[in-house]
Ligand binder design. Structure first.
Ligand code: TRP
Length: 448
């Protein structure tokens, strides 16, 4: 079965509110249980630096957001859950991508353009208060996404352009250096509601109308009491249309519960009673999580350990991939001939060096080529120094599985052949001894 990789980042500048829970956290936790997917959720703290220069707030928000996701049921053993700044390969990849990204592409990014337009309208220099970090925001985000070969990126509509830019960067890089990156797609969940805030506008930190996800019971009740309503008295029928209270209720309640409140509106329920119904319904879902949240918040060292374990797991993918990318662009050790298609000392599959997929330079060593077929599966082949096919794999479900097989064949030499016998299709006219000799050569080179 093909595994779908889903990845999303959460900027660590605030405290999660009910809108974040309904719009992002809850659907992500549900999706992470899907057996056909591998999920990556990370705390985007490098991104946070672009918007926030308060160190204590970055740190506090990182803890709060991590605790919120775990309290809401995310299982770090089942997903990749990590802090962006624990993965040094991310800024490293940011630079490689920056070098294949047109400045003009970044000029068109909405967030940057909005700042420039504002400055222009105010008659100041167009780049007033625009940092290079803001300008580079889409490149850093592309590195987050491309590093883990993610297919689907669940984001809000405001982020679609960034995903498209990540695709553009992946395409430019692949065109120049061979097929290394998967092209990601934005996943916009139409069924997920945007929650109105206390004043009826979209719930957002910047409108100051948000209800913190883990507000203590008393505060939750008080905040809900402050939701705007119209001035209809108890006994008067009320409109569900345009009622923020009703919409928030709907995001938590079952269809039956929602119908019951709709009827109560028609029957003239008083606003005070309606707010009590809403409070009880939210608290029923949140209360057990709130307890877990408080326990997690009380143990920052425990959280640190969870995040570091997540980083180790993520880097098991990022480190070898980065080595492959460095090799591809020519950041290579000097101990082997220039122009070698594959670094024999690398633990990774050699990627084709040519734009059109045909090797432009003769590999001095046998080498592995990894690629994806139209059937969605991942394959590799071993070719000798002159490009003759020696070994052909059958399909693997994930690039990681294929990469692992390559690493073992490369590192263990001919001894690894029996281990993968079932996944290697015979190549007509190739003597087994030639295959063994090629693998031995790779093993020797790796050991050297
Ligand atoms: N820019 C995203 C936001 O503001 C956060 C983010 C950072 C992200 N890196 C990402 C989202 C990678 C998806 C994928 O919401």
């Amino acid at each position: 079965m093909k595994t779908l990789r889903v990845l999303t980042g959460i900027t660590t500048t605030g405290t999660p509110h009910l809108g974040n829970y309904v719009g992002a956290i809850r659907p992500a936790v549900t999706a992470s249980l899907n057996p056909g997917t591998e999920s990556f959720y990370f705390l985007a703290d490098y991104h946070a630096l672009i918007k926030c220069d308060e160190p204590a707030r970055i740190q506090r928000s990182t803890l709060e957001i991590a605790a919120s996701w775990l309290a809401a049921g995310l299982d770090p053993a089942r997903v990749f859950f990590y802090r962006q700044s624990d993965i040094p390969e991310i800024p490293e990849l940011t630079w490689l991508l920056a070098c294949v990204t047109g400045k003009g592409l970044l000029n068109r990014a909405h967030a940057y353009k909005a700042s420039v337009d504002k400055n222009t309208a105010a008659g100041t220099d167009p780049d007033t208060d625009v940092t290079a970090g803001l300008f580079m925001y889409p490149v850093l985000m592309a590195a987050d996404i491309l590093m883990f070969k993610s297919h689907k990126i669940p984001v809000g509509r405001d982020q679609i352009q960034h995903i498209e830019m990540a695709r553009d960067m992946a395409q430019s890089f692949n065109h120049l250096y061979g097929e290394h990156f998967v092209l990601p797609e934005a996943a916009i969940e139409a069924s997920v509601a945007t929650l109105p805030g206390l004043d009826g506008r979209k719930m957002s930190k910047s409108y100051d109308n948000a209800i913190p996800l883990f507000a203590p019971r008393g505060q939750l009740r008080r905040l809900i009491a402050g939701i705007v309503t119209d001035s209809r008295a108890p006994g008067e029928p009320k409109d569900v249309e345009g009622s923020a209270l009703f919409q928030i209720y709907q995001a938590f309640a079952s269809a039956q519960e929602t119908d019951a409140l709709r009827q109560a509106y028609a029957d003239g329920i008083g606003w005070g009673d309606a707010k009590q119904v809403l409070f009880e319904r939210i608290d029923r879902e949140i209360a057990p999580m709130r307890e877990r949240y408080q326990a997690l918040m009380a143990d920052p060292a425990g959280m640190e350990a969870i995040l570091l374990a997540g980083a180790t797991k993520a880097r098991a993918l990022a480190t070898p991939f980065m080595a492959q990318l460095r090799q591809a662009v020519g950041l290579r050790g000097l101990g082997r001939p220039a122009g070698a298609a594959t670094g024999p000392a690398s633990t990774n599959a050699g990627a084709p060096t040519a734009v059109n997929g045909a090797p432009t330079v003769k590999a001095a060593q046998p080498s592995f080529k990894q690629y994806r077929e139209k059937d969605g599966q991942f394959y590799f082949k071993l070719v000798d120094a002159r490009g003759r096919l020696l070994l052909q794999s059958t399909g693997f479900a994930s690039p990681r599985d294929a990469g692992q097989a390559i690493a073992q064949l490369q590192g263990d030499g001919p001894a690894a052949l029996t281990r993968y016998a079932g996944q290697l299709a015979p190549v007509a006219g190739v003597a087994p001894a030639d295959v063994a000799a090629a693998l031995q050569a790779l093993k020797d080179a790796a050991a050297a």
